[in-house]
Design a protein around this ligand. Sequence first.
Ligand code: 3HC
Ligand code: NAI
Length: 677
Amino acid sequence: MTVTIERAGDVAIVTIDNPPVNALSQALRQDLWNAAETLDADPSVRAVVLICEGRTFIAGADVNEFGKPPTPPHLPDLVARIETAAKPWVAAIHGSALGGGFEVALGCRFRVAVPSASVGLPEVRLGIVPGAGGTVRLPRLVGPALAAEMVTTGTPVAAPRARSQGLIDAVVEGDLEKGAIDFARAALDQSLPLPLRQRGVPAVDAAFWETSTTAVAGRAKREDAPLRALACVRTAAEADFEAAMAFERQTFLELRGSSQASALRHVFFAERAALRPPELGGVEPRRIRSAAVIGGGTMGAGIAAALCDARLPVTLVERDEVALERGLSNLRSIIDGLVKRGKISSEAAAERLSAVTGTTHYGLLAGVDLVIEAVFEDIDVKRDVFSRLSAVCRADAVLATNTSYLDPEEIAAGIKHPERFVGLHFFSPAHVMKLLEIVPTAQTTPATLATGFALARMLNKIPVRAGICDGFIGNRILKITRAQAERLLLAGATPQAVDAAMRAFGLPMGPFEAQDLGGLDIAAFQRRAARARGETPFAPIAERLCALERLGQKSGGGWYDYAKGDRTPQPSEIVAGIIAEEGSARPQRQWDEAGIIDCIVLPMVNEAAKILQDKVALRAADIDLVEIHGYGFPRWRGGLMHYAEERGLTEIAVRLNELAADGLAEPPCNQFERWVE
Ligand code: 3HC
Ligand code: NAI
């Protein structure tokens, strides 16, 4: 049984216990239905409190059931059953009331919550719209404007704000069950509000729908669900209750079977699985109560800000006083930026900064639990840092490097207790980007590795284990992206056409715009290192741009020209001239959008398949997470490998062979299709 009924005098308490998150499985829906029947038939019950065991109120429909045909009792019917019950129900919320969970709460006559709770309709994040009356009841409760904002963004609202917006009726300090029972008794002494189905929708001015449609379409880009959710709210405002319910249900069922919803569900489960790799099952991480960052440059300051966000005391170490002042100022400006954008209060910012110690002395690190090195990408500088760290830090302190391209084995060579060393590869800006590649060496112990995963959880990041190779998972694939983009230029495409096609595919930026933003020198550095290893990296045009000091926006030009103080890319005659010279001996062709996308994305898939074969990534879904959270691959496509599987690996292999025949890509690797087995 997932539901039990107890009594507190004339109030019945219905308690749900369906771990882990009280999702509305068929069994739970049935048990709740039965409870409603039982309580309606009991004349001694005057009100019902609905409360949950465990970490949260009902977190929504059971996403695991979405691939299967819906089975009764259907959720809209259950919500209606509660709403039309003979006694008023009070939802007592802790944790999150999300999706179907909030829809059940909207079916209740009242909602009360503890201060730390939140409520919301996040369905669009799963590529669907609410399917149990959320878009129909919410505008009746708080008006179409707030309802539209909530269902199109999916952003949950914290209890205190939810109270002021009318989403809940009371915030309960102290014991939730007692508070809800008291609330129910007090409510019974007054006249009850109408159930939401009997209320009207407040009017909005005629321009509201047009303005909202434009805004939502702009935000959603190519995601279908947000505009469809807005259409549901509009229908709720313009049609009667039953017609709006039917429209919402139809939209929900249509989207539930869509490829975007399937991709977003795949990412939802992949993200959760990433935090608990099966190979580390049962391994205890070390406790992290304090941390240090070595180097306060771009990455060090961002990593320190992320650690501050997790409320860890942080020691920032720089090489001299001038660099230290710069590093602390970098950190302060990141935290000030959070205040300016309204993400945190100025009090919270002051509290974070007060937990930061800046120093040039490694001796202060004797007691820290974790050190993350983010100094220059130079093997000698890094080895010197780790030899000092291993001299002063506790034997069980975890020592990590944020290197992008150096070999962590070489960095760790000779340190004391190499079993506590690991690569933690953050992405820039480190306090924003969700991806954390965790790179063990041969000597890294499972406990050290588990600490990396535990840290990711503390920092609210998505961890992916990566093996050692040039660029680990993400930058190894990025190398192919860049090379393919140049191959396209040599074969007749323009930078503008390539960037536009990749944006149309769903990336936030094309490969040339992205290089201009990050700086062409980063890849040049990687190529120099590759040449030193005897490799021959392919970047004929980028090499010439670097030789001309065209390093991107920071030098006033790269793949594009930039007017002073303006970040808008303008086609460059210099670049066009270089492309023409470099491509003059090669066959030229017309490129359409689909052709450009294939020429870039399919070789990325091929490289990813090799990465799996080399065991640099353990799971295809891990590569999806790397691309989504490190490189902006569209989430609604489910990531690189999910996209490839949906498209069909046999078709991709054929296309790769065609590109290879034209000298535009490598043929599919051996056993290309093997990863789906
Ligand atoms: N269905 C099935 N399983 C779910 C689930 C759901 N709705 N929500 C979470 N889970 C599972 C997770 O997969 C995970 O399983 P695992 O332990 O096997 O990996 C477990 O519950 C715990 O989840 P988290 O690790 O995410 O737990 P947290 O405590 O960090 O977060 C939460 C809790 C905030 C509730 C978070 O799980 C969450 O956001 N869940 C999704 C909520 C959601 O999207 N609800 C809407 C669903 S669609 C819907 O309701 C349609 C309706 O309108 C008809
Ligand atoms: P940066 O040049 O901005 O910062 C490096 C900092 O290290 C400087 O402030 C410098 O004073 C300090 N430093 C140098 N030697 C030191 C020493 N011995 N002790 C203490 N501090 C010292 O470099 P950035 O970009 O922050 O990169 C740092 C590391 O992060 C590199 O290994 C880089 O490859 C890696 N990385 C960089 C990314 C990026 O996008 N910039 C992304 C991911 C990783």
